[in-house]
Design a protein around this ligand. Structure first.
Ligand code: AMP
Ligand code: MG
Length: 326
């Protein structure tokens, strides 16, 4: 430890105040942060990521007590969810407050807000004193970074300062819940499970296949490694991997936990952890690892879509989604 010192936090805050970009660790993934109230700095995030300017960002704040100004109102359901899950991997979509420039919301009158559960992110937010708007610190559409080295490899000098907080604990992005309507709606599954949200709200929630709100994570291909991703049933993973290997492809395999046979004829094999929390924590690292090993195809299966498995399955489906040719 000891990678992040008080002086590093001060330096990061100074970079933000000067309109620069800081990569910061959170419990979900590393973020590419800017002063949320500086439209020029916010626009730089879009340039660096290659992200379409209409795709909104998440504003990170130090605690629910700081919501004033960032949002117009806090409905009862939002207050309840914030009390239970903040700091934590839950993002609430609320009506936009005056402190949020339209650059950060992609022109929307709503804003996504979250309090990250990471000591370094929270320390930076406190020292900086404002809001930090941050999407994941990767190029648009590619795999999210879960370690500081991933950020450096992906963005290099395009980011002014990288705070190294070690590997991310949760490993997949936050759950996004829209609380602007009559009933809360999940826009993206993530680090807080649907079951936990339902237990607090006292009623069932649906996870829509597609959303009426613009959610970048819902593009056909997102969270995608360089290698093509193919999803098959768990019991077909080995056969499919060996078939593609036989056809001359460099195949990476996500071997499902509990597979009877661990010997696969393939270029590279990742043994999927039996614990779904460990799987979520490792997911993006596994995808990066198979890319680094030169795989051109990754064969995987979906975990059971419950608990954190819902978020993992969502990311794998996006990773396997049709690639844009633009
Ligand atoms: P990222 O995963 O890096 O794209 O983080 C930003 C996420 O927050 C995206 O999936 C956004 O769509 C979501 N988001 C931000 N603002 C809003 C909003 N006003 N309405 C719906 N989703 C939003
Ligand atoms: Mg992202």
């Amino acid at each position: 430890m000891g990678r992040v010192t008080v002086s590093n936090i001060d330096k990061a805050a100074a970079v933000l105040r000067a309109g620069g970009l800081v990569a910061l660790p959170t419990e979900t993934v590393y973020g590419l942060g800017a002063n949320a109230e500086d439209p020029t700095a916010v626009s730089r995030i879009f340039q660096v990521k290659g992200r379409p300017p209409t795709h909104p960002l998440i504003v990170h704040i130090a605690g629910a007590e700081h919501l004033d100004g960032w949002v117009k109102e806090v409905p009862a359901a939002a207050r309840l969810l914030a009390e239970h899950f903040w700091p934590g991997p839950l993002t609430l979509v609320l009506r936009r407050g005056a402190r949020v420039p339209l650059e950060a919301t992609g022109g929307l009158q709503t804003v996504a807000v979250r309090v990250p559960d990471h000591p370094i992110a929270l320390a930076l937010l406190k020292v900086f004193g404002g809001g930090i708007t941050a999407p994941s610190a990767n190029r648009f559409g590619s795999v999210s970074p879960t370690a500081a080295d991933d950020v450096r490899a992906e963005l290099g000098d395009a980011v002014d300062f990288v705070l190294d907080g070690g590997p991310c604990e949760v490993g997949v992005e936050s759950t996004i819940v829209d609380v602007t309507g009559d009933t809360p709606a999940i826009l993206r599954p993530g680090g807080v499970t649907c079951e936990n949200l339902e237990a607090v709200l006292g009623h069932p929630l649906t996870v829509p296949a597609a959303s009426h709100v613009r959610v970048p994570g819902q593009h056909p291909s997102h969270y995608a490694p360089r290698a093509r991703v193919v999803l098959v049933e768990p019991e077909e993973v080995i056969a499919e991997a060996e078939r593609a290997s036989g056809a001359g492809q460099q195949v990476g395999v996500f071997l499902p936990a509990g597979s009877p046979d661990a010997s696969v004829k393939a270029h590279a094999v990742v043994a999927v952890p039996a614990s779904v929390a460990a799987y979520a924590r490792g997911l993006y690292g596994f995808l990066r690892e198979l890319d680094q090993k030169g795989c051109d195809l990754i064969v995987a299966s979906l975990p059971a879509e419950e608990g954190l498995g819902l978020a993992i399955a969502n990311r794998l489906r996006r990773a396997a989604g049709p690639r844009s040719t633009v």
